[in-house]
Write a protein that binds this ligand. Structure first.
Ligand code: FES
Length: 130
């Protein structure tokens, strides 16, 4: 058990517990949140998917949008990596292609936040397994 030796320790402990609680609450209500899956097959990683994922997390945070950002495996779009699948609550999932850092910012601000269409949508070519 962590010992509390100062007010700073106590504040740090409080922030950590708040973060864990938020994560748990978000995990229970995932259908009510924006979900972004970043394809992290080898082709995605080689094309910059990790940097795209970092930008999406930062942009959701800066726009105060509650979302869950996860990585996923091969979605079958080698030719169009990096790709991301975005699910806005109440809408069907949409897959975006050639997502670089600029497009990641655009997708968050225009598609997710403002509900506008953005170029580069791919037809879904896979089925999800529950
Ligand atoms: S290996 Fe590239 S999308 Fe599957």
């Amino acid at each position: 058990m962590t010992k509390v030796k100062s007010l700073e320790d106590l504040k740090k402990m409080r922030e950590e517990l708040k973060a864990k609680l938020t994560l748990r609450q978000n995990g229970d209500n995932v259908e009510e949140l924006v979900q972004v899956k970043v394809s992290m097959a080898t082709c995605g990683i080689a094309s910059g998917a990790k940097e795209v994922m970092d930008v999406i997390i930062a942009e959701l945070d800066s726009h105060a949008i509650d979302g869950v950002v996860t990585q996923t495996g091969c979605m079958g779009y080698c030719y169009a990596e990096p790709t991301i699948e975005v699910t806005v609550p109440g809408k069907d999932p949409v897959v975006f292609s050639y997502v670089d850092e600029r497009r990641a910012r655009e997708i968050v601000s225009k598609y997710i936040k403002a509900g506008e269409l953005v170029d580069g949508i791919l037809p879904v070519n896979y089925e999800k397994v529950d």
